[in-house]
Write a protein that binds this ligand. Structure first.
Ligand SMILES: Cc1cc2nc3c(=O)[nH]c(=O)nc-3n(C[C@H](O)[C@H](O)[C@H](O)COP(=O)(O)OP(=O)(O)OC[C@H]3O[C@@H](n4cnc5c(N)ncnc54)[C@H](O)[C@@H]3O)c2cc1C
Length: 474
């Protein structure tokens, strides 16, 4: 293919992969949808990204930016074919301690950034549970959250600026260190745009000081309702802990079988709460949370002070999805968000849906944000089970929307939630978003067929339309 020959001239043969096995390896992210790329390329800098985009445009090939492929909505899956652009080779980190900031390559692994910032007493606050693998470029594109985003905000609060390449190959820079940049906030537009408007090639991130002191609390409850009520009561008491996470009994058992993190397997639900600040503040806040927990029937409250004890508790939480491999070969992880005051009834509804469809469901989620992650463990080779999993997923989304929730809390829309967008946005809202896409990428070459459903433009303007083929779901 002529495009591949041109790409090899540009990057060298070792940075353009097109044999069937390699294409298969990059054919999907961590979701359940698979595409088929023409090839996979590994640029080293913004100029190469620009040149690749220009070659792709000449040959009418889509470009799908990819970080670590841990996304859960098929955002990095090449559903319309085209060139998968892996950003993992662009992974430099330049810490600017005086400005408490860093310029990083999009392929930097999230946890590596905090490790490198630690000697300066700084860290990168967004900490998705996938942080040992996912990249800052993927975090930016999905506006990712994490357990510690409850108090500090998701990725958009920590991106000060970025350099990016548009579909015509131009390199732009928006935002910067100076506060209150004039003009439209294009930085904010790019964050969360899921690779559909531009490809991030350098990212200026905010780093925050590491807290003086920390307490991590483990509270265990005889019912999910008691745990959920504790979450609402903590927030209603005017506190915003650094993190407030919930795991149900099935999830705790899976984690304990795998890791032995010391979580109580006989509890119906556990809450993991973290408070940060001065020693006086964390001690007072930890005792208030413990008290609220006890008033909601918490059986035990453990307050971990030493870093090894705290890390073990977090290891249990952050390894939860990995633990599922013991139960079933596949899982479908949902991501919706509901008002915290509706947590108790929503959780009851979610369990009812799983029971009705006779499915194994486990829950681990960012309870403080009302961000649910119902996880269905299953075997995708059983077509009937796969059908029921999909159906249950749609019902969960409907339930969450019916109590005033939103389609996605943090995983983004990708292909998975794309056709559900009209349930959250009016035709005019979708049209406005589609117009923005057309300004940045009139030929729909950058990550096409993602986020916006077909027909989002109110008036057909005759531009290029690409569609996800039938049968892409496993
Ligand atoms: C076990 C597990 C736990 C998870 N926990 C969380 C969690 O706690 N919170 C959370 O928010 N998410 C979580 N996720 C989802 C996922 O890890 C995040 O969405 C993450 O930010 C994706 O990063 P990535 O590097 O893997 O991106 P990818 O999956 O490779 O790509 C994600 C999207 O970003 C785009 N993209 C990638 N790089 C660029 C770039 N340079 N420029 C433009 N677009 C780009 C892709 O096209 C795609 O649309 C979890 C996933 C797993 C598997």
């Amino acid at each position: 293919m002529a495009a591949i020959a041109e790409l090899r001239d540009l990057l060298g043969s070792d940075r353009v992969l097109d044999d069937p096995l390699e294409r298969r390896l990059y054919s999907k992210d961590a979701s359940l949808m698979r595409g088929d790329p023409v090839c996979v390329v590994f640029p080293g800098d913004a100029e190469q990204v620009s040149a690749i985009v220009r070659i792709a445009a000449r040959h009418g090939l889509p470009v799908i930016p990819r970080g670590a492929g841990t996304g859960l909505t098929a955002g990095a899956s090449p559903m319309t074919g085209g060139i998968v652009m892996s950003m993992t080779g662009m992974n430099t980190i330049e810490i600017d301690p005086d400005n408490q900031a860093a310029w990083v390559g999009p392929g930097v692994i999230n946890l590596d950034l905090s490790k490198q910032a630690r000697p300066y007493g700084l860290h990168f606050a967004p900490d998705p549970s996938s942080q040992s693998a996912c990249t800052i470029g993927g975090n930016l594109a999905n506006n990712s959250g994490g357990p510690h985003c409850l108090a500090e905000g998701s990725t958009t609060s920590h991106v000060l600026g970025l350099e990016f390449v548009t579909a015509d190959g131009q390199i732009h820079e928006v935002g910067g260190l100076a506060p209150d940049q004039p003009g439209l906030d294009l930085r904010a537009l790019l964050v969360g745009s899921e690779g559909t408007l531009g490809i991030a090639t350098r990212i200026l991130v905010r780093l925050l000081p590491i807290a003086d002191d920390v307490r991590t609390l483990l509270l265990d409850f005889p019912s999910v309702e008691d745990a959920a009520r504790t979450v609402s009561d903590v927030i209603a008491a005017g506190m915003v802990p650094a993190a407030l996470e919930m795991m149900d009994q099935r999830m705790v058992m899976a984690v304990e079988n795998w890791l032995g993190a010391g979580l109580p397997t006989d509890a119906a639900a556990v809450l993991l709460a973290e408070v940060v600040g001065s020693t006086a503040t964390v001690e007072s806040e930890a005792s208030i949370i413990a008290e609220i927990g006890r008033s909601n029937h918490a059986r035990n409250v453990v307050i971990a002070v030493e870093s090894e004890d705290r890390e073990l508790l977090w290891k249990g939480r952050k390894s939860a999805f990995g633990a599922i491999a013991q139960l079933a070969p596949d899982y479908y992880l949902h991501d919706t968000v509901v008002p915290r005051t509706r947590l108790v009834e929503t959780m009851a509804g979610v369990y009812e849906i799983a029971d009705r469809h006779d499915l194994t469901m486990l829950n681990v989620f960012h309870a403080g944000d009302g961000n649910l992650h119902p996880l269905i463990a299953f075997d995708s080779s059983d077509e009937d089970v796969a059908r029921r999993v999909k159906l249950a997923g749609e019902e969960i989304v409907d339930l969450c929307l019916s109590v005033g929730g939103a389609l996605s809390g943090e995983h983004g829309v990708g292909v998975e939630k794309r056709d559900l967008m009209p349930s959250s946005f009016s035709a005019l809202d979708l049209d406005a978003q589609a117009r923005i896409k057309d300004v940045f990428d009139p030929d729909h070459l950058l990550n096409p067929a993602k986020v916006l459903p077909q027909g989002s433009r109110c008036f057909d303007f005759g531009g290029v339309r690409r569609e996800v083929p039938e049968g892409a779901w496993v």
